[in-house]
Ligand binder design. Sequence first.
Ligand code: ARG
Length: 588
Amino acid sequence: MNATQEKLKHQFAQALVAAFGDEYAGVDPILVTASNPKFGDYQANVALSLSKKLGKQPRQIAAAIADKLDVSEICEAPEIAGPGFINLKLKPTYLEVQLNAIQSDSRLGVPTAKTPQREIVDFSSPNIAKEMHVGHLRSTIIGDSIARILEFLGHDVLRLNHVGDWGTQFGMLIAYLREVSPEALTTANALNIGDLVSFYRQAKQRFDADEVFQETARQEVVRLQAGAEDTIHAWKLLCEQSRQEFQIIYDLLDIKVTERGESFYNPLLPGIVADLEASGLLVENQGAKCVFVEGFTNREGEPLPLIVQKTDGGYNYATTDLAALRYRIQQDEAKRIIYVTDAGQSNHFAQFFKVARKAGWIPDDVELVHVPFGLVLGEDGKRYRTRSTDAERLRDLLDKAVSRARADLEVRLKKEEREETEEFINKVAEVVGISAVKYADLSQNRTSNYIFSYDKMLDLKGNTAPYMLYAYARIQGISRKGDINFEELGENTKVLLEHETELALAKYLLQLDEVISTVEQDLMPNRLCEYLYELSKKFNQFYDKDHGVPILIAEEPLRTSRLVLCDLTARTLKLGLSLLGIQVLERM
Ligand code: ARG
């Protein structure tokens, strides 16, 4: 709810009391945004909900409320419509005051959270010795945007990279490398990441086929867990090598995340099993230690256990997640823990959340949220891959986006007969390419699959990063053309709203706080994308040669007022895009 809605709600409470008595003070006015702007901006449906209780016609009730409703500062006189809706239309003078207020506010009217809290965003989280794939890319982009939004709202955000850096796969890999490339276990960067990944694959094949090797690998896991010096040294080298590779991607994407991998929680795993045992939840099933919770079954309909310790004594992904969860609550004092992974892991999260609840580890004031997302598909509608067997390397994918953006730019420069420096071209190509990838991902409802298409994401038209960046640059173009410094428009300039496109833009500009507070709750960054896209369209209508208003050639005081609207639109775009992890360009 935004500030205006809050004020209206308050007035409704008073009107309800005045019309029907004190017991009606807490009644919800059921205030919604009007579906058709022709009828106003808001609609209150409270009269319909009170009809039965009051034993009167809704229209009659609506009239009684409207009669007592004092909203003259905010709205035109309320109108009663249909079966008994109360329609409200915001007054231009009210909007003008609000706009003047946000003009001098660097947060553009978005308040910080009333109760800032510690929030953890667990995102990105690739696996050591494996390459990051497009699934990790989605997690990285979505997780970063969520973290940025929460940080902007003043929450104390811990961005955690729960990398897969522990487990039996290291036994396998180290055992294999001892045979084929021992120097990789003693010397830093002896292999490149591509070799490491293919050795990993070979190790896995060998493991699946060769029983003697399986035993060797197991011994290596035991050595790792026991902290044997040479094995630990080798493990550290492998982690460091992967880390460097991941960092290249994070730098390209301008993303910060703190690594706290699975290995961090390793010492806590026996305690998890022991505590589950003590609380009576643990069941032995063919030598494995399991917890059963209702609602999880396999395909045959049999109860599906959460295995916390395998027959061979090893621990699972879920055991580490239970340990991490408890640590994050007890040591990090998190109040909301957000996990950003593909929807394929939904069951895993639901199940270990439930186990943790049953064990009594989740205080009432702690919220656990899995933020699932769909698959990245190729234009053929199948899982996105460039080679038939392999997820495309992320770095190639990002590089390709940048070079495609560069090619598009060069074509455009030629057409417009523009000369630009190499530096300018590099910068624009990089920002456009990377933003296009991010925006294509964020603008989708994250729960659905999306089709990865360079052509679509780099299109200058439509709900794309280039379109948004262009809208911003176009406004900066107005300031250049008129030789105007937006920052110096001054605080005593009055905004005046006359034209319908001005009013529509103004109302939209005032909705940023509402959008952001919705995303804070439902963690759907696509809402912010939609808002920014709509905002640019509203701006284009306002600036349209035929249907909009003149700006630079308008008479004062309208000229300055319109420039303020330009400035506010540009600042809203810039702020909104920054919350998506997207940088703007003054010119492109
Ligand atoms: N490493 C995992 C994967 O690649 C993602 C980890 C997500 N976070 C978590 N706490 N389980 O699938």
